[in-house]
Design a protein around this ligand. Structure first.
Ligand SMILES: Nc1ncnc2c1ncn2[C@@H]1O[C@H](COP(=O)(O)OP(=O)(O)OP(=O)(O)O)[C@@H](O)[C@H]1O
Ligand SMILES: [Mg+2]
Length: 425
C-alpha cells in the first residue's frame, strides 16, 4: 500500500472513502472538499465495498476505509492489500480499541487508524499527515541516493545465503532508509517471502512466463510489500515445472528495479549464477556466503575465481556464517583464509535459538538480532553501502599475498584436505 514508489500517481484519483455510516460520511465530505477532492468519492459499504471496487479499478492516492462492520479487521485489511496498488496511503477507522490490532494494522501497511468516535480535527490531522507523506521525500530521495545492487551468493546449499539476503535488504531499508527490493531468484524453493511472513504471489512467475510485460507498472503491482521501505519479489513455482527462461526476464526485472528503488538485493542461488552469469554484471557488490567447512572452502575458492573472471568490477565481501563459538570447527578461520587467499570480511556466529526465533516471528534474523549476532549484520550493511558508493576496482584483502602468497589454490586446498586424514592415521 504505502510503498516507496509511485509510478502511476498521476493516473490515480486523489482520494476515495468507503464508510459504514452516515455520520462518518457527513464528517468526511466537507473535509474532502477542503482538500479539493470530490465529496462524491465518499462511498458507502465500508471495507467490503473497498475490496470489490479496487479489484476492478485503479487505487487512489489516499484511501479511507471504515472497518466497523469487519469481523476480522486484520484479515480483511490483508484482502485489501491484495487488490490495492502500491503507493496508496490507507487510513482505516473502526471501533476496536486494541493496541495490538493497531500495531498489526500499521505493520500491514496502514498509514493510520482512527478510533471511533473521532473528531473532525483528528480527521484533518490524519489527512494532512498523509498528504505530507505523499508529496514528501520519496521522490526526492532517488536524486540523492544512486541505486546500489548487491548479489548474495551461497557457496554451498544451506549456508545461510537467504537469511543474509533478507537481513541485508531489511537493514538497507530500515537502517539506511533506502527503498529496497529483494529479488529472490530461487524460483522453486525461495524463502524470501516466507522469511518475512508474506505470500510470494504470482509476480515473479508471471514475469518469467511473459518478460515483455515487465515495466514500471508491472513492478509496482507485482512486488509484495514487507514494510514501508522493503518490497519482495519471490516465487514458489510448482516443483513439477522446470524453469524455462533465457534469463531476459531477470535482466529486465533488474532494470526496472533500478528505476523504482534505491537498492536491490539479489538472492542468487549458485546454480543460477552458472546459468545466468549476466545477473552479477551490474551488481556493485557480491556477498559470498560460506561456512567454515572443507566443502565450503573448495567452493569459495571456485566462486571467488568465477567472480574475478566474470565480474571483475564487482566488489566482493566474504561472509563466514554460522560459525560455532566452541572448538567444533571443521576448518579454522586462519586456514580458511589462507586457502581462499583473502580475508574473511564478516563473521556471523551460529545462533540456532535466534534463528528459530526469527523464523517463528517471520522476521529477518538481523531484525531480532542484537549484540554478537547483530553487530556483524550492521557491519555487512555498512560495508555494502561503502563498497557500492566507492569508485575503483574490488578492494580484496589477500591474506596469502600479505604472507608472500607462496602456495597455489590447489596446494592450499590439498593441504587442508590432508589434515583430517593425517590425524586419523
Ligand atoms: N548464523 C546462523 N545461526 C544459526 N542458524 C542459521 C544462521 N544463519 C542461517 N541459519 C539457519 O540456517 C538455515 C538455512 O538458511 P538459509 O535458508 O538462509 O540458507 P541458504 O544458503 O539460503 O539455503 P539454500 O541453499 O536452501 O538456498 C535456516 O534455517 C536459517 O534459519
Ligand atoms: Mg536460499
Amino acid at each position: 500500500m504505502n510503498a516507496p514508489f509511485q509510478a502511476r500517481a498521476g493516473l490515480r484519483d486523489p482520494f476515495q472513502a468507503f464508510v459504514c455510516d452516515d455520520a462518518t460520511a457527513d464528517m468526511l465530505r466537507p473535509v474532502a472538499v477542503e482538500h479539493g477532492w470530490s465529496p462524491e468519492k465518499v462511498n458507502k459499504g465500508g471495507l467490503r465495498n473497498a475490496v470489490q471496487s479496487l479489484s476492478v479499478s485503479a487505487s487512489p492516492n489516499i484511501l479511507f476505509v471504515d472497518l466497523s462492520e469487519s469481523a476480522d479487521p486484520l484479515n480483511d485489511i490483508n484482502a485489501l492489500a491484495e487488490v490495492c496498488e502500491p503507493g496508496t496511503i490507507v487510513i482505516a477507522s473502526g471501533q476496536v480499541n486494541d493496541v495490538r490490532l493497531y500495531r498489526d494494522l500499521v505493520a500491514s501497511g496502514i498509514h493510520d487508524y482512527l478510533l471511533k468516535p473521532f473528531t473532525v480535527d483528528q480527521l484533518r490531522d490524519t489527512f494532512a499527515n498523509a498528504q505530507t507523506v505523499l508529496s514528501g521525500p520519496r521522490g526526492e530521495a532517488q536524486v540523492d541516493k544512486p541505486h546500489i545492487m548487491a548479489a548474495v551468493i551461497g557457496v554451498r546449499g544451506g549456508v545461510g545465503a537467504s537469511t543474509i539476503a533478507t537481513s541485508l535488504a531489511w537493514l538497507l531499508g530500515e537502517k539506511a532508509h533506502r527503498s529496497t527490493a529483494l529479488l529472490d531468484l530461487d524460483i522453486h524453493f525461495g524463502t524470501g517471502a516466507l522469511a518475512l511472513d508474506l505470500e510470494p504471489g504470482r509476480g515473479l512467475t508471471d514475469a518469467i512466463e511473459n518478460p515483455s510485460r515487465i515495466d514500471g507498472l508491472f513492478i509496482e503491482r507485482a512486488m509484495v510489500r514487507a514494510n514501508e521501505r522493503l518490497s519482495v519479489l519471490s516465487a514458489e513455482a510448482p516443483i513439477h515445472q522446470p524453469l524455462i527462461t533465457d534469463g531476459s526476464a531477470f535482466f529486465q526485472l533488474q532494470e526496472e528495479m533500478r528505476n523504482a528503488f534505491e537498492s536491490t538485493v539479489l538472492d542468487l542461488p549458485r546454480h543460477m549464477l552458472i546459468q545466468f552469469p549476466h545477473m552479477v554484471h551490474d551488481a556493485h557488490v557480491a556477498v559470498v556466503v560460506a561456512e567454515l567447512t572443507l566443502a565450503a572452502t573448495r567452493d569459495t575458492i571456485r566462486v571467488l575465481a568465477w567472480l574475478k573472471s566474470n565480474a571483475p568490477q564487482t566488489k566482493v565481501i566474504v561472509v563466514a556464517n554460522g560459525v560455532p563459538s566452541g572448538g567444533a570447527l571443521e576448518i579454522n578461520r586462519k586456514d580458511f583464509e589462507q586457502s581462499i587467499e583473502r580475508s574473511v570480511d564478516i563473521v556471523i556466529p551460529a545462533d540456532g535459538k535466534l534463528a528459530a526465533q526469527a523464523a517463528k516471528l517471520g522476521k529477518p534474523l538481523a531484525e531480532v538480532a542484537s549484540g554478537k549476532v547483530g553487530a556483524p549484520f550492521t557491519a555487512l550493511s555498512n560495508m555494502v553501502l561503502s563498497h557500492a558508493t566507492e569508485e575503483g576496482a574490488a578492494s580484496e584483502t589477500s591474506a596469502a599475498a600479505a604472507s608472500g602468497g607462496a602456495k597455489s589454490l590447489v596446494d592450499n586446498l590439498k593441504s587442508m584436505l590432508a589434515k583430517p586424514k593425517a590425524k586419523a592415521a
